[in-house]
Ligand binder design. Sequence first.
Ligand code: DGJ
Length: 753
Amino acid sequence: MAIIADDQGRIFTLQTKHSTYQMKADAQNVLLHTYYGEKTDNSDKSLLFCRADRGFSGNPYEMGMRDRTYSLDSLPQEYSSFGTGDYRITSLRVQNKDGSQGAELRYTGYQVQEGKYAIPDLPAVYAANEEAETLVIRLADPYSGLEAELYYGILEEMDVITRAVKITNHGRDDIVLKKAASMNLDWEYGDFQWLSFYGRHSMEMNLQRETIHHGIQAVGSVRGASSHQYNPFVIMCEKGANETMGSCYGFSFVYSGEFLIEAEKDQIDRTRLICGIHPDNFSWILQGGGTLWLPEVIMTYSGKGLGKLSRNFHKVLREHICRGKWKTMRRPILINNWEATYFNFTGEKLIDIAKQAKELGIELFVMDDGWFGNRQDDSSGLGDWFPNEKKLGCTLKELAERITAEGMRFGIWLEPEGISEDSSLYRSHPDWVVGIPGRKPCLSRGQWVLDFSRKDVQDYIIKRISELFDGIPVSYVKWDCNRAICDKFSGMLDGSRQGEFAHRYVLGLYRVLEELTEKFPEILFEGCGGGGGRFDAGMLYYMPQIWGSDTTDAVERLSIQYGASFGYPVSAMGTHVSTAPNHQTGRVVPLSTRGCVAMAGTFGYELDLSGLTLEEKGEIKEQIGRFKKHYDLIQRGDYYRITSPLEGTCTVWEIADPSGKEALVSAVYHHVQANPVPVRVKVQGLKDEAVYQLLLNEDFKETYPDRRLPYGFGPGEVISGAALRQFGFLVPEAVNGFQAWQIYIKECPELGS
Ligand code: DGJ
């Protein structure tokens, strides 16, 4: 039983394998948050609160003359509301008919449901009935008829609790939601740091760790999508927490649109975290009887540091967010023509790339941007999803069939949300562009945005793509989105509802994705937002992988993939080996290093193969063989960050089989030094009592001088799991700039004494 309600139905304890979450409806029917952390019993933890009269923190009317220590401004709450005595950041702000902004949410009841709740029209964690339970807590404003139902999904074994909110207006008058967050979490103390992930195009997911100070700290997006600039994922942790020790809490917003995650340390050093749709571009009219579901937040707690917290997220996203055939099937190794040709290709050139790729063991050819309409560069053609047969020299069907006849699968790039001014679609539907009437909308990459909040636009896109794919062997789609949204306005919404546009756009996008993925269950969809501009748990519900960044430089990718690893699994991270010098940075990195870094993701290639030497081709064949051989370990193993690319000389990560029978350690020297400090790897996730062999770059095929072997090991020697955990081994030194080593650790029961 993951949900325990006390006899009076007022204290609710949620138990996962290693964590406990508790809330309590007090005598005033305020729903207090009483605990979240290390697993404990079901006792009433509100007894541990400290209460005192805090001047200028008022008291609800019924308490004002009786107990001045009772204030909504200082009590930890489950779902806070603005305007009625809580002056901190709050989760709900409403505007009533008379213009007043206030709601008093009071507990009215609860319900326990079997299984995990689903959210209509929004992505959410799913689970079999025996894997999850749902708690619904009802709060209502006695004056207006507004009800907030707080949904909690408990996946006990996964150490995961999800939260979502359903708001209903049971009154007669309209209520405007000005801010409606998905969760509020209050801690009784204030000694936190938070980890957030900031960036920019081509340089996403930079880790930032900051102390939560008095005041408000926030990350968010008002760009229409979750954005390159801040990821909708944060971690709150105690100050000393590291990869293996300390308390930490993670929050992943299952939403691909505008978001705000705020933290406030208040006047008495308590901490509040709020996560939800960004209120800046949001106001939603709820008519009498109307309902709005708010997107889900996935929460997990780890008392054993950041590594465990990340592995909890990897598992829940991989197994309970990603869906469809490609969730578990081995995904094909692809080659994408973008960095090989950009817009400059013919059908023959593409077939040539596909043929050469096939010889190396690559399985899927992806035709990127430029195959449709009048699209010779990025200034025109978006929206015209009709093949440019003149450029291709054949029909799309013929091209796809010639590629599949070579033994390759065929994939295609689309940017359905984009529209060029110079396009037939714009000429016939100028009203479909997002823009404020009477003004020219801002261009970005020379393009505009199609109004996906409109049902007619959604229907058109679903129909056009379905017709385009009809009779063509399409195995893969890269769904790109190359600009942020501004000039927000939809011709289908009246003036008072324009604040609904940004959220309706995301709902429209989700509807299109749901229909297309259902219609084409065989197709592997990969998300892309000009790289990592929409890299979030919401998109992973429709597409199990997302192109991580437009930077393919392996050294830059180290920190992008390191940042992403805190909240997202390897199987979600789109990665390719590209050419040297790298097109974004000009850096020259060995092919082996490019392969090693790309293997920390979905793995593919994006370069002109015709320029490669025979030796390089041989190396690529060998990389592909290695990746295929270790596919399950890499994609589904337990991921450990050993050292960081942000410090020291060498970035090391490890992926261990959950049973402890094997592990793959990857090490890349991101900074080469003379006389370097040795890099020690203490291997995790192995069995202490088992014995293992360390195989350098797979199988010691090359004749390395001894000093490059992991210190102390000769071919064939064994070492115990306990020794590998406690003392570890030293990564061989670098002899080239940006050298990579992969060390495969294999249990050898036959060699044990
Ligand atoms: C941005 C993507 O991230 C690239 O990989 C490529 O597909 C271009 N768009 C094409 O325009």
